[in-house]
Design a protein around this ligand. Structure first.
Ligand SMILES: NC(=O)c1ccc[n+]([C@@H]2O[C@H](COP(=O)([O-])OP(=O)(O)OC[C@H]3O[C@@H](n4cnc5c(N)ncnc54)[C@H](O)[C@@H]3O)[C@@H](O)[C@H]2O)c1
Length: 435
């Protein structure tokens, strides 16, 4: 099939690359000229494991192209996928301005009966309103399909190629079949629903996962207070098939480009319908509390952080991505700097993006060693593998004081217990103080 994808961000690019990998001829379109230039040289503008390799092979095979020209990308396309951003507006709602602009931009290139698919996460009713908007520009009917995306950054390729399910929201069976056919080589279960149900499935899924995280975080705080170990609690809970072990990892809260904004957007929708979705309010409140946890623990331990050298390990909102959107490290770094701490951060891939957000609020190191040397405390913020695998004794030796606040419970307890001198403060379980 000939397919056009609008937006070459984490979702659009991963989708475009994967669709070309399964044999389609894909043209990815973006308004960002720099991104398109980079992509045309085979360079991925984002860090996503496995992406660049597939990008190169599919470009070489002539199945994948990049352009800023809508007419070039859309003319003759059997399916047009929109994957532009839908960030959070000031009132918590989803900001649909990029989507509306994309709808306007693509309209002159459509023909009667074109199939336009919205992959961006959009509030219930958006597919209907964008269909009307496009038809007001074209003057003829088009088909609108909701096809929300569930990939996770850091495993986007794997998640697309081996998705748990594909949701197709359509009021027209024949058109749903066409989109289904596009995905057929993936051999993934497909559920066809109404467009409104498809839109709701996406928000309900993300809100549920965020709530699961906040739930285990609140259990973690309670476990800490009563002397239980949240890791054991989560293991014991997760083995119950009705609960499942995923998303039961206690820590300093969820972040990223999806959960925070999607939970707020769903809450906003509920408000518009006159509903008080108190559960979601609590999910958000717990997450905000959790983001300050390491700081509170450090203030309790040191009293005053003025002049203390704090090493932050990990800036990205999660491992295997360079995405800094809503990363818990941001609030933490800003708060540490306000309290007068001398803060140095290291992240294997997200530093350049972090600098764009935090500027010189903190210092940035080029290695773990550079960040931790002379530190009064380490804050483990993102559970990158290299932090887990790094020689703990070597870290402690280089620090001024061997104090670690582990916001992701990612260091192994046996290794900590084998140290001669350490103060280790995890989340939701007893601190380990030796020496
Ligand atoms: N990032 C994720 O993990 C993820 C997962 C599932 C769903 N989503 C949803 O998918 C959507 C996209 O997210 P993302 O993280 O890929 O966003 P992103 O910000 O990384 O990328 C959006 C891209 O769209 C481009 N763009 C904006 N307006 C355009 C236009 N008129 N024409 C062409 N391109 C245009 C931007 O230049 C940018 O490259 C959002 O709705 C998001 O909620 C994201």
């Amino acid at each position: 099939m000939k397919i056009a994808v609008l937006g070459t961000g984490y979702v659009g690019l991963s989708t475009g690359v994967c669709l070309s990998e399964i044999g389609h001829r894909v043209t990815c379109i973006d308004i960002n000229e720099q991104k398109i230039q980079q992509l045309n040289q085979g360079i991925s503008p984002i860090y996503e494991p496995g992406l660049e390799k597939l990008l190169a092979s599919n470009m070489e095979a002539g199945r994948l192209r990049f352009t800023t020209s809508l007419s070039e990308g859309i003319t003759g396309a059997e399916i047009i996928i929109i994957a532009v951003g839908t960030p959070q507006a000031d009132d918590g709602a989803a900001d649909l301005s990029y989507l509306e602009q994309a709808a306007k931009d693509l309209s002159p290139n459509l023909v009667q009966g074109s199939i336009v698919v919205i992959k961006s996460t959009v509030p219930v009713g958006t597919n209907d309103s964008i269909k009307k908007l496009i038809e007001s520009y074209t003057g003829f009917k088009i088909h609108m399909i909701s096809n929300p995306e569930f990939l996770r950054q850091g495993s986007a390729i794997q998640d697309t190629m081996k998705a748990d399910r594909i949701i197709i929201g359509s009021e027209n069976k024949e058109m749903a079949e066409k989109v289904k056919a596009m995905y057929r080589p993936l051999d993934v279960p497909v559920i066809v629903t109404s467009t409104r149900s498809a839109e709701m499935i996406k928000y309900a899924s993300n809100a549920f996962l965020a709530t699961k995280i906040s739930f285990i975080n609140e259990i973690a705080n309670l476990s800490e207070a009563v002397g239980a170990d949240v890791e054991d609690v989560a293991k014991g809970m997760g083995m119950d098939k009705r609960i499942g072990k995923a998303f039961l990892k206690a820590g300093i809260g969820y972040g990223g480009s999806c959960f925070p904004k999607d939970v707020k957007a769903l809450l906003h929708t509920a408000g518009q319908m006159g509903m008080n979705f108190g559960l979601l309010k609590e999910t958000i409140a717990i997450n905000e509390f959790q983001r300050e946890l390491l700081l509170k623990k450090a203030v309790k331990r040191f009293g005053d952080l003025q002049g203390k050298k704090i090493a932050i390990l990990g800036l990205a909102f999660k491992p295997e991505t360079d995405d800094m959107r809503e990363a818990p490290s941001i609030n933490l770094a800003i708060a540490l700097s306000k309290l007068g701490a001398d803060t140095v951060a290291y992240d294997p891939v997200a530093t350049e993006n972090a600098k764009k957000i935090m500027g010189d609020t903190i210092k940035y190191a080029n290695s773990i060693d550079e960040a931790i040397t002379g530190a009064d405390a380490v804050f483990l913020v993102t559970e990158w593998d290299i932090f887990k695998k790094h020689n703990l004794l070597a870290i402690l030796e280089k620090m001024k004081q061997p104090i670690i606040f582990d916001g992701r419970n990612c260091l192994q307890e046996e290794k900590i217990k084998a140290c001669r001198k350490i103060e280790y403060y995890p989340v939701g379980k007893p601190a380990i103080i030796i020496g």
